[in-house]
Design a protein. Structure first.
Length: 395
């Protein structure tokens, strides 16, 4: 006997819950690849993505997951043998660097532990040491979904420039776009990449790249350009050229709907919703941590992301079994640890199409699980979350 019947709730950091409106927008027959309505959707989505990324630059939509956007960013502005610097604050930054290595780039890493954000001073010092200006690009992940860290992108770009360095700055916003502020132009970011299945509330399968002027200036000479990712080719006049082939029609109808939802709510409100609900999660977790079996992975509170919270769980309490209990017995899918944290952590995501009952329900289930599985914890975590929202949601 379980209490899991009914709708299953996802609190994994992608894919996230898809709104019914988006599902409905996609439930339709295929159309001609030159269909005027579809062509208009491409144009308006590319324009609205500029708003979402905070840029006047160009935006590209790829039929690919986030890894595709990583490859697109590298391929469009770099050449074989170029040096790049990865700010290695977590598993995703490291993986992007490994991809670059396979693309024949010379990958340098600014190593650090995965419990802290990137230190902008260390970035400045590392770039000052590159006196010959060999480093062509700096890669950084805004929210690393494994560790739960948020990096201060504005400060990192400022550090690159304070070093008098003109490397391109590429930012992975896959887990931060439409959950935390992303201000590409204000911050001086040259390329930002993102994906569909996190804050944008879509199925996996689309990814996005936004490119500023400096990125475009580097593009013509880039030796790694390939037919599929190439920005220039995607400026072709015919609609399929924007996708290097058949447009991902249904995902585009979904994208139009999700962008409408985000813009109608207002980006400020979207970000504030994530701020409030993530703070509620952190208050609950902080309470549970009091008994010593659980711990925040990210040590400094201000470095914890508003999109996902990574909680270390003493291995004696079997985090994988804990996840199974939440899903199989209670209908909530909690994220597990990945990479070095596999079998050692839980990840509670709070990104995308989330509201109070979703998050409070998930917290209630996690707390229920702590009781059911005899994991020592401070009591009343979910109550703390309720009180916080009660005091901070305008009545
Ligand atoms: C999910 C995620 C990715 C990978 O995206 P895929 O769509 O799985 O390729 C990359 N970076 C970050 C920060 C992510 O959260």
């Amino acid at each position: 006997m379980t209490i899991s019947n009914g709708r299953e709730f996802l609190v994994i950091p992608g894919p996230t819950t898809i709104p019914d409106e988006v599902l409905r927008a996609m439930h339709r027959p295929a159309v001609d690849i030159f269909d005027p309505e579809l062509v208009e959707i491409t144009d308006t989505c590319r324009a609205d993505l500029k708003t979402i990324f905070g840029t006047c630059g160009e935006t590209y939509i790829y039929a690919a997951n986030g890894h595709g956007a990583w490859e697109a960013a590298l391929a469009n502005v770099l050449s074989s043998g170029d040096e790049i610097l990865v700010l290695n604050s977590g598993r995703f930054a490291e993986a992007w660097g490994k991809m670059a290595d396979l693309m024949d780039l010379r990958v340098l890493s600014l190593p650090q532990d995965w419990r802290h954000a990137v230190d902008p001073e260390a970035v400045e010092a590392r770039l000052r040491a590159d006196t010959k200006g060999r480093i062509k690009a700096v890669l950084v992940v805004q929210v690393d979904t494994a560790s739960g860290v948020v990096n201060d992108i504005a400060a990192i770009v400022a550090a690159v420039r304070a070093a008098g360095h003109d490397a391109l700055v590429m930012v992975d916003t896959i887990a931060s776009l439409a959950t935390m502020p992303v201000e590409m132009d204000d911050w001086g970011v040259d390329i930002a990449v993102s994906g569909s299945q996190k804050g944008l509330m879509l199925p996996p399968g689309l990814s996005f790249v936004a490119a500023g002027e400096r990125a475009w200036a580097a593009h013509p000479a880039a030796g790694l350009r390939t037919r599929y990712w190439d920005w220039t080719a995607r400026h072709g006049e015919l609609h399929p050229e924007k996708y290097c082939g058949t447009p991902p029609e249904h995902l585009l109808y979904g994208l139009r709907c999700s962008l409408d939802m985000l813009l109608q709510e207002g980006l400020e409100n979207v970000i504030q919703r994530h701020r409030l609900l993530s703070e509620a999660v952190r208050l609950a977790v902080a309470t549970w941590c009091e008994a010593g079996a659980l711990e925040f992975n990210i040590i400094a509170p201000e470095q914890r992301a508003n999109s996902v919270t990574t909680v270390l769980m003493d291995e004696a309490y079997d985090p994988l079994g804990f996840r199974d209990f939440c899903r199989q017995c209670c209908g909530v899918v909690v994220g597990g640890g990945i990479g070095d944290l596999r079998g050692k952590a839980l990840r509670i995501a709070h990104m995308g199409h989330i509201n109070a009952p979703h998050i409070l329900g998930a917290l209630g289930v996690v707390e229920l699980g702590l009781i059911a599985r005899n994991v020592p914890h401070g009591t009343g975590g979910t109550q703390k979350a309720i009180e916080f929202l009660g005091q901070n949601v305008p009545a």
